[in-house]
Write a protein that binds this ligand. Structure first.
Ligand SMILES: [Zn+2]
Length: 329
């Protein structure tokens, strides 16, 4: 046994990636459960608003691991690394620009550890660089490209199974992220947009005016393997379902959805999200029927939300006679 274990732990990340079926292929047979929020869970674990959550991969790895392990125990099959703000530009705001590789590498290692030897996909998370590019802002395209390439490279080298470019609102930044993931040799690339429901409630588009159809075309054209949506404003499970339908009308690529647990509210100077697992889970069957391939949740969601999703997903696939096989990936 001991030898077997030793042999297993010696397998380098690269070989593991070759042996493992790619995420975009697995989800063509059955939908997978993603995870829930990281940011709001870090706050619950003691992170102060405005501090660097990604730094915790180095200073409080056990707390990050605790959150991700809770998601795995709730049934998540895909875990996002705690690296949303892990680009040089974002980390620089916290004096951590010299720790880009270290923080991203630790993020992948912690997420992998959360699976505790179980099969599962570690999705290397890249959020927005947090500013505007010229001519609207101070950052050049080259700076943003380099920051994404550096982060994507660190995540892929550390063994991430996929790269997620998330909470995107402009096609320019989305494209730079996708290209950086390609450059890094990511085995799977996911582009994810944050939509806002329009004031009249008629439709939704990103802050920069991009609708799902344009986003899907852009992602497909630049080589993404999965089109996604996450976060946003007033994008509940029903709106997320509508986005899935609109994506699927214009692309054959699989779709991932991670909506927020309701709308943020300010209570006692704290931002809270109050959609309960019981409320949110009502939207699971409709979104699975719409053909979503990876379902998770964004801000405000917790392991309790993911556990409720797990039960609903298992019931859905059992009821539908079985695209679902509960076996190792
Ligand atoms: Zn969110």
């Amino acid at each position: 046994m001991r030898e077997l274990f030793a042999a297993r732990v010696r397998i380098p990340a690269g070989d593991e990636r070759i042996m493992k079926e790619r995420l975009q292929n697995v989800i063509r047979r059955r939908a997978l459960l993603g995870d829930g929020a990281m940011g709001t869970q870090l706050m619950l674990a003691g992170l102060e608003q405005g501090n660097c959550g990604e730094e915790w991969n180095l200073t409080h790895p056990e707390r990050v691991l605790g959150i991700q392990r809770a998601y795995v125990e709730a049934g998540s099959e895909c875990i996002l690394t705690n690296t949303f703000g892990g680009s040089r530009i974002m980390l620089n705001r916290h004096g951590n620009a010299d720790r880009v590789v270290e923080i991203n590498r630790a993020g992948v290692a912690i997420a992998r550890q959360a699976f505790g030897g179980r099969a599962g996909y570690v999705i290397g998370d890249i959020g927005p660089f947090g500013g505007l590019m010229e001519p609207y802002g101070d950052f050049t395209e080259v700076q943003v490209r380099q920051a994404f390439e550096e982060q994507a490279g660190a995540l892929v080298d550390a063994g991430a199974d996929a790269i997620l470019i998330e909470t995107q609102t402009s096609l320019e930044e989305l494209t730079l992220g996708i290209e950086a993931a390609r450059q890094a040799g990511a085995a799977c690339i996911i582009g994810s947009m944050a939509y806002d429901v329009t004031l009249d409630g008629a439709t939704f588009r990103t802050m920069m005016g991009i609708d799902p159809e344009r986003a899907a075309h852009c992602m497909q054209e630049h080589g993404a393997d999965i089109v996604a949506l996450n976060c946003g404003t007033a994008m509940d499970m029903e709106r997320a379902r509508q986005a899935v339908v609109r994506y699927k009308a214009v692309t054959d690529l699989p779709v991932m959805a991670q909506p927020n647990a309701g709308q943020p509210k300010l209570v006692d100077m704290k931002v809270i999200y109050d959609e309960t697992p019981q409320q949110m889970v009502m939207g699971v069957t409709p979104i699975l029927e719409a053909g979503v391939s990876i379902l998770g949740a964004c801000c405000g969601s917790s392991p309790d939300h993911i556990r409720a999703f797990r039960i609903a997903m298992d019931q859905f696939f059992q009821g539908n006679g079985t695209r679902y096989e509960n076996q190792a990936m």
